[in-house]
Design a protein around this ligand. Structure first.
Ligand code: NAD
Length: 260
C-alpha cells in the first residue's frame, strides 16, 4: 500500500492509460478523483474502484476550461481533504500532414495537452503549496516528447512542451516539496491508438497491418505495444519515490523504441 493516505487526481481517467493508473493507485491505497470530460464513464470507473473496496470519485472536467478545472480540483479536496498527486493525462490525437492541418485542430491539441497541463497544475499547486505539504505532478508525455513523426505536428509540439513545463515546476516546486515528472509511453493499445490506425493507413497509403508493424512497433526491440500497466506501474514508482532525486526528468516506456 505505497500510496496509503494519499489523494490523487487523474485527468482523462475514464479510459485507457488514465484509467489504468487510477486502478493501480486505488489498489496502492490512494483515494482517486477520476476527472474526465466524459462524466458518465468517469463515474463508472469510480464505481468499479468503490466496488473493489477503494475510495474514488467521478469528477466532470474539461481540462481546457479554467473554471471547470478549478471547480473539479476543489470538489476533490472537499471530498478527500487534500491533494497529493496530480496526473495530467487527458489527451487526444489528430493526424494530418502540416499542409492539411487546420489551425482549429492545432489549437484544440495545444488546448487539451498544454493548456490542460498548465491549468490543472496551477489549480493543484494552490493546495500542494499550503504549509509546504508538497506533492507529485506527473505529465503524460510520449515518445513524441523526444521524437518527431510525420502527421503529428501539433501532438509532437504539445508533448515536447510538457518537458519544459515539468522542468520549470521541478525548480519552482522544490522549495515547496513538489516534484514534477513526465512519463513518455510508446504506442499503447487504447481507443486513442485504435482510432489512428485506419487514419494513418489512409494518409500514408499503406495497410492497417503495416501501420501497426512498421510505423508503431517497427523500432521496438520486441514488436510489442507498451501496456497500460507498464505505464501505470511507472506512475506508481514515481509517486512513491522517496526523494527529489528524479524530479524534472522524463521516463520513456517504449519497449526500446526510444532510448535517451
Ligand atoms: P484514451 O482516448 O483512452 O483516453 C483519453 C481520455 O481523455 C478519455 O477518457 C477522454 O474522454 C479524456 N479527454 C479528452 N479530452 C478531454 C478534455 N478536454 N478534458 C478532460 N478529459 C478529456 O487515450 P489514452 O491512450 O489513454 O491517452 C492518455 C494520454 O496518454 C494522452 O495524453 C496521450 O497523448 C498519452 N499517450 C498515449 C499513448 C498511446 O499510445 N495510447 C502513447 C503516448 C502517450
Amino acid at each position: 500500500m505505497q500510496l496509503n493516505g494519499k489523494v490523487a487526481l487523474i485527468t482523462g481517467a475514464a479510459s485507457g492509460i488514465g484509467k489504468a493508473i487510477a486502478l493501480v493507485y486505488a489498489k496502492a491505497g490512494a483515494a482517486v478523483a477520476i476527472a474526465d470530460i466524459n462524466l458518465a464513464a468517469a463515474q463508472q470507473t469510480a464505481d468499479e474502484i468503490k466496488a473493489g473496496g477503494g475510495r474514488a470519485l467521478g469528477v466532470a472536467m474539461d481540462v481546457t476550461n479554467e473554471d471547470a478545472v478549478n471547480a473539479g480540483i476543489k470538489t476533490t479536496v472537499d471530498a478527500f481533504g487534500q491533494l497529493d498527486i496530480l496526473i495530467s493525462n487527458a489527451g487526444i490525437q489528430i493526424v494530418k500532414p502540416i499542409v492539411d492541418y487546420s489551425f482549429a485542430d492545432w489549437k484544440k491539441m495545444q488546448a487539451i495537452h498544454v493548456d490542460g497541463a498548465f491549468l490543472t497544475t496551477k489549480a493543484a499547486l494552490k493546495y500542494m503549496y499550503q504549509g509546504e505539504r508538497g506533492g507529485t505532478v506527473i505529465y503524460m508525455g510520449s515518445v513524441h516528447s523526444h521524437e518527431g513523426s510525420p502527421l503529428k505536428s501539433a501532438y509532437v509540439a504539445a508533448k515536447h512542451a510538457l518537458l519544459g513545463l515539468a522542468r520549470v515546476l521541478a525548480k519552482e516546486g522544490a522549495e515547496h516539496n513538489v516534484r514534477a515528472y513526465v512519463i513518455c509511453p510508446g504506442f499503447v493499445r487504447t481507443p486513442l491508438v485504435d482510432k489512428q490506425i485506419p487514419e494513418q493507413a489512409k494518409e500514408l497509403g499503406i495497410s492497417e497491418d503495416e501501420v501497426v508493424k512498421r510505423v508503431m512497433l517497427g523500432r521496438t526491440v520486441d514488436g510489442q505495444f507498451a501496456t497500460v500497466d507498464d505505464v501505470a506501474q511507472t506512475a506508481l514508482f514515481l509517486a512513491s519515490f522517496p526523494s527529489a532525486a528524479l524530479t524534472g526528468q522524463s521516463f520513456i516506456v517504449s519497449h526500446g523504441w526510444c532510448m535517451q
